[in-house]
Design a protein around this ligand. Structure first.
Ligand code: ADP
Ligand code: NI
Length: 216
């Protein structure tokens, strides 16, 4: 794979993420890219598809584009076409981008290829652990959500529509998604990386409730 081609894509899309304050900033994209490449080095898979998919995975995500629909696949295809990629690469990357988003606690993941699994694992690693805590509250603030409201319980969503429409407080997001991710990792490498991050979130929540309840 040619590093230069990847750098051309990076130059093309960086500006779309640089000013983000919802936890989907350029640093998130680079962490997902770097972790994807690390996982690929152990688990295999097509490095070019994984690299392009990781870099483009949050382009025009439904949470960020002001609309309600993911346009990621479509926008990725336009960009890759503009940069001269062949049709089969464009189709594979667009499909990857359209398939990796979390759709709800009771909605099964539809990723099939090793490339889709690796980018989804890397994206989910960045949703848990210390980074997960930071990003969840950044996103909550961005969407004007309360930090916590003890009277509002988490919901296990059985459709993407219900999950996407939820306006719950950010602590619920841990139960509706973040604490479930460890067991939804695909690759052994990501499963191992997830353990420490999962324990950290459990510790964070225990401390959070302790301080919330003024237990000293
Ligand atoms: P995915 O495609 O799986 O949604 P993203 O990288 O696009 O992954 O974004 C997921 C991150 O956005 C979450 O891990 C979390 O940090 C944040 N997020 C999304 N929905 C919520 C929510 N309801 N409350 C708090 N954070 C959220
Ligand atoms: Ni992401």
């Amino acid at each position: 794979m040619h590093k230069n081609k990847i750098n051309i894509l990076i130059d093309r899309i960086k500006g779309d993420f640089i000013a983000d304050t919802s936890g989907h900033d350029w640093h998130h994209i680079m962490r997902v890219y770097n972790n994807s490449i690390y996982i690929q080095s152990i688990e295999g898979g097509d490095l070019e598809i994984i690299s392009l998919g990781a870099l483009l995975h949050d382009i025009s995500d439904y949470k960020l584009n002001g609309g309600h629909a993911d346009k990621g696949g479509e926008v990725s295809a336009e960009i890759l076409k503009e940069l001269g990629y062949d049709e089969s690469t464009i189709k594979t990357v667009a499909e990857l981008v359209d398939h990796i988003s979390y759709k709800g606690a009771n909605v099964a993941d539809k990723v099939v290829s090793i490339e889709q699994q690796i980018v989804q694992d890397a994206d989910r690693l960045d949703a848990i652990g210390a980074m997960g805590v930071a990003r969840a509250f950044a996103y909550g603030g961005h969407k004007n959500r309360p930090i916590y409201a003890p009277e509002v319980n988490p919901e296990m969503h059985d459709s993407f529509e219900k999950y996407a429409d939820s306006k719950s407080h950010t602590i619920n997001h841990f139960y509706e998604k973040l604490l479930l991710l460890k067991d939804r990792m695909h690759t052994d490498t990501a499963k191992q990386m997830a353990n420490e991050r999962h324990v950290f979130m459990e510790q964070f929540l225990a401390q959070f409730y302790k301080e919330w309840n003024a237990e000293n």
